[in-house]
Design a protein around this ligand. Sequence first.
Ligand SMILES: Nc1nc2c(ncn2[C@@H]2O[C@H](COP(=O)(O)OP(=O)(O)OP(=O)(O)O)[C@@H](O)[C@H]2O)c(=O)[nH]1
Ligand SMILES: [Mg+2]
Length: 503
Amino acid sequence: MAKDDYDPLAIVMAPPAKETPEERALREQKEVEAKQVSDKIDEAIRLERVALRKQKNILRVLLLGQAESGKSTTLKNFCLKYAYQQWIQERTSWRAVIQLNLIRSFITILDTIQAEINHEPVVDPGGSDDDDDDDETDAVIEPPVATVSATPKVTPTILNEAHQILALRLAPIRQLEGTLKRRLGIMADEVHNAPPEEMRATPFDPPTVPTTAQRRRELMVRCWSDALKSNLSGGRRESDKSRDGTDRVTDVLASCRQDLLAMWRDANIRKVLKKRHITLEESTGFFLDDLERIATNDYEPTDDDVVRARLRTLGVQEHRILFEQGAIPTFSIGHEFGKEWMIYDVGGSRTMRHAWLPYFDNVNAVIFLAPVSCFDERLDEDPSINRLEDSFILWKAVVSTPLLQKATMIVFLNKCDLLKKKIKRGVQVNKHMPSYGERPNEASSVVKYLRDKFKDMLKQFSPEPRIGYLYPTSVTDTKATSATLKSVRDGILREHLKNANFV
Ligand SMILES: Nc1nc2c(ncn2[C@@H]2O[C@H](COP(=O)(O)OP(=O)(O)OP(=O)(O)O)[C@@H](O)[C@H]2O)c(=O)[nH]1
Ligand SMILES: [Mg+2]
């Protein structure tokens, strides 16, 4: 069998080689019975979840927003602030995820070096801000278009033989990616070449299939606590260990540390990344600036590392948070009220929005994550759609639906830190968002402008008048987010008390 055809699951599941018709009938009957039992268990779990969702004393909070908007990061902030004991139990297990984020950044650098050496054409992800195209339009958002030079210019590269040797020496880190993915039980993330999936702009829309199916490779798990458990227990093989019993991935990273540092600090490699429009500093799971600390044998993740680690959410994850002693204000009715929260963290990609609808029932609050730095970016799953435009479409659907009419609406205008960086880099907001007009090209002014837009839409499209709470956030900044969460928690509890006629 060719190596690529090898499928351990198919081998295990294949029927016995010399099966008689009687044996076959018996096996098939057993399979039907097993399926019935399995379906019954699934149904029992589903009913238990529905019952849990209806329990009156549990506060239900829904985290909504497009992919990479910061939903899971917000959830981590909640756990860090209000369920710290649970948090520290899981903290060490995040090491593998952080190492994987780091390794993937290096794989991007290695691929870029290769592309440069091969004189591959440069892909312009969204048109340059330097061009003088002053095309006036009334559109709120101008969707950027990816362009590839028709006749690629073969310019002499600034990389030399030493860079090639360095890249060759670091080639083994590519293998570590597979080891970590297997260990974490990461789903087939190679959606890259998969047939296009059905997508929905909002949970209420009919499905469509995108014309452009090329997507980035992402790391996704069904539930991060399962991934972390898999890392701790079954996921590790003997071959993952070095001879002295230590972890092979950690050992390889530590032994490559100097070369990795040399690669990330090399001025010419940085220039090539810039030329090829690769801004790793602004991409998800960025740990390159922490390399010196992470590529060591005794690396232990810090709270901040865990908050910044990136794992894409698949489907909807339910997280039960039991607020620790003292984490809940007493108001006037005693300690226990609002102690238990169920936070639903959804996968934000358009391919996953169909799964949100069952969770719109009986929700106390929605925290809607709108990344404000992405006015010049396109959706990964459908590059014809501008990311900010997508946030507006989603927000309109969320505020319009009668299903969420009673929910307290909270908006996090997130990624303000990245917005500041982008503007500092010289990106002109009004080139990508003509409606922004001649307002100052400053982060605070952009945030105010977008805040007003989200607020206006809440007013215009809510079935009944209601107030919303809008916060500018950078949820990777745990200190600032801690203060925001306190205000969010108090707001949600107060609204809940009001609705329950306690105040
Ligand atoms: N710099 C910066 N990075 C952020 C911020 N919020 C989130 N991120 C990063 O953006 C990436 C995506 O964040 P997630 O919280 O995983 O996004 P999500 O909304 O859960 O995405 P899906 O699970 O795909 O729906 C992670 O690498 C985060 O560290 C922010 O305010 N500033
Ligand atoms: Mg997520």
